[in-house]
Design a protein around this ligand. Structure first.
Ligand SMILES: *Cc1c(COP(=O)(O)O)cnc(C)c1O
Length: 615
């Protein structure tokens, strides 16, 4: 298969089946994991890490570009250290198993807690932003009882980068300290007992496509080092030149690292020798250039419409999974990810699904004609600053991230679903309507309900999506036997009946073990044509009445994450999510997670109402 032109991951191929990455077709990935989907070419990331490790003595991956546990582990396994900007990123790296002495911490407004966490975690370097932070870091280190190695972040007066918002090294920036204040700050750092200054940090910006700004920054830093030695008697062990190495998004030429690295290192070496300075270790902090081109986003086309002479193609993501076009006017390469469609093309704007007119992913891109609902599109080079800047605007969950290698996909981050989006809510939704709708009776099952019950139950099972059972194997006789005793101290079988026909059922059963006798587990269903009318609520209300009547204190159930309506119902009755049983169900169509929910009804006789909700 031909290698594609443009900024696609190394393993991307456009063949007769459409796009494949890492040997897995985009269509398979979309079918299995859904869209929008971020696809990581794992070998591409590894190769980028190896290039940096070969070209520079001490590269650190700036994790903010894309922070997932597997990415951090992968990059660390390839020999890169990591750079974090916040306590959250520091936690993520520590929890990924990276040792503190492989982590550097930067940021223009670190809190006391973050500084203390950094020192206590034994981080390698703290890049101090300003003189006041230096004092606070010294105090934090004293509290921990350690001495912290620090770099001073300076403003080299050279800003570079693709957009004003990501030029960080020029005058007026909020990052670092002006050159004039550096000698005093450094003098102070040498006096403070719990910090040890070891060098200078200068990061000029992001998405830099030329070598010149880096070479210019090196000159500024070398001049500064000369001055620091003369005025303060300080000799730097480390010069950190930051990151910012640009990548291709459309037709740009990415920064040539093979040429830049030796030039930078030589310039430092020669410049230090010429000034009679010791040759410092050089650190670089790539973020974007490690992951940017290694990832693509797959979207599915929904609405296609003409508006004022333009063709607008709406996909199932947008500014929530990639804010860069809106934030920086970033441009992207878009291609069809399905099988090639020979013939004519059409120029379109690819727009998102969010409630903003500016929610445009790519303007004026050429796609095969016609673009139709259901088509798969791939956007290239979406690895950096997309997922890490993602939001849940419009309550759209963040996409799944899947890594591919050698024909095998591996899920790195699952898709954020309705349960995830609810997890910060502190109050349950309003109380349930518990009266069954007119014409419906909820009562304990009786033997003659068996046939009708089985019919209803089988119809829900056949939908496959809502209950565990897909094929009903109960015999009517077995059910008749059960229904003869449908309200006992051990459990209850309830039915909702309309015009003599069973339209819903609920079974609840208490645990047998002595230590879990206070717990009951329930399962329920309502037939498709009767949903949304309060029948489920009426069944649940009756089930909880049974539970209280026999001294059950806690009721548990599981529900598939996609069954948003059922979860809403359960929450109304005080159920809360307690966990996720990952791939707990193996259904005919694949694995399903189950969400474990439980309601606390309270100890009998204590009047505890923790399980009840305000009305
Ligand atoms: C963001 C950042 C980086 C990484 O920038 P990229 O453009 O992703 O390479 C490196 N160093 C510092 C200090 C940063 O703020």
């Amino acid at each position: 298969m031909p290698e594609p032109t443009g900024p696609w991951p190394a393993s991307a191929r456009f063949g007769p089946e459409g796009l494949a990455v890492g040997g897995v077709s985009a269509r398979e990935l979309a079918d299995e994991f859904g869209t929008p989907l971020l696809v990581v070419d794992e070998e591409h990331v590894r190769a980028r890490c190896r290039s940096f490790a070969a070209l520079f003595p001490h590269p650190l991956y700036a994790v903010k570009a894309f922070t997932s546990r597997q990415m951090i582990r992968l990059v660390a396994a390839e020999g890169l250290n990591v750079l974090v900007a916040t306590g959250g990123e520091l936690e993520a790296c520590l929890r990924a198993g990276v040792r503190g002495d492989r982590i550097a911490v930067h940021g223009n407004n670190k809190s006391d807690e973050e500084l203390e966490l950094a020192v206590a975690s034994g981080v390698w370097l703290v890049n101090v932003d300003n003189p006041e932070e230096l004092e606070r870091l010294d105090r934090a280190a004293r509290r921990v009882g350690a001495t912290q190695a620090v770099l001073l972040r300076v403003i080299p007066g050279i800003g570079a980068g693709a957009h004003r918002a990501i030029q960080t090294g020029g005058a007026g920036t909020k990052f670092g300290m002006p050159l004039e204040v550096v000698p005093d700050a450094l003098r102070r750092a040498t006096e403070l007992p719990n910090v040890r200054p070891v060098g200078i940090h200068a990061h000029i910006g992001s998405q830099v496509l030329e070598a010149e700004p880096y070479l210019a920054a090196v000159e500024v830093v070398l001049d500064l080092l000369e001055r620091l030695r003369a005025e303060v008697g300080f000799e730097a062990e480390i010069v950190d030149l930051g990151g910012g190495f640009g990548v291709a998004y459309t037709d740009e030429r990415p920064l040539e690292l093979d040429a830049l690295a030796p030039a930078l290192l030589a310039r430092i070496r020669e410049g230090a020798v010429a000034r009679g300075l010791p040759i410092p270790h050089v650190l670089v902090e790539p973020g974007r250039s490690v992951v940017g081109a290694a990832m693509v986003t797959l979207y599915r086309v929904g609405t296609v419409k003409e508006s004022d002479g333009r063709t607008l193609v709406a996909v199932d993501g947008g500014m929530s999974d990639n804010i860069r076009p809106m934030l920086y006017g970033a441009r992207y390469t878009v291609a069809p990810a399905g099988p090639p469609r020979p013939g004519s093309t059409v120029r379109v704007d690819v727009v998102g699904r969010h409630c903003e007119s500016g929610d445009v992913l790519a303007r004026d891109v050429e796609l095969p004609f016609p673009v139709a609902r259901g088509d798969l599109l791939a956007v290239a080079a979406t690895g950096a600053y997309t997922y890490s800047m993602a939001s849940t605007y419009n309550r759209v969950g963040r996409p799944a991230v899947v890594a591919v290698r050698g024909g095998r996909p591996r899920l790195w981050l699952r898709r954020e679903d309705a349960v995830d989006l609810e997890r910060l809510e502190s109050s349950p939704p309003p109380a349930a309507r518990s009266q069954p709708p007119p014409g419906v009776v909820v009562r304990p099952a009786v033997a003659r309900d068996a046939a009708s019950y089985l019919h209803a139950y089988a119809s829900v099972a056949a939908e496959r999506r809502y209950i565990q059972t897909e094929q009903v194997r109960h015999s009517p006789r077995e059910l008749r036997r059960r229904f003869r005793r449908s309200w006992t101290g051990e459990g209850a079988h309830l039915v909702a009946v309309e015009e003599g026909r069973v339209v819903g059922g609920l079974s609840i059963r208490r645990d047998a073990h002595e230590s879990t006798r206070h717990v009951a587990t329930l399962g329920m269903f309502v037939t498709r044509d009767r949903r949304g009318r309060g029948i489920g609520s009426a069944l649940m209300d009756e089930a909880l009445r049974w539970a209280r009547s026999v001294g059950v204190e806690r009721v548990e159930l599981t529900v598939y994450p996609h069954n948003v309506a059922a979860m809403a119902l359960y929450r109304k009755f005080g159920f809360v999510e307690e966990g996720r049983l990952v791939r707990h169900a193996k259904k005919s169509y694949g694995y399903e997670d189950e969400i474990l929910m439980a309601a606390w009804l309270g100890e009998p006789g204590t009047g505890s109402d923790a399980g009840e909700v305000v009305g």
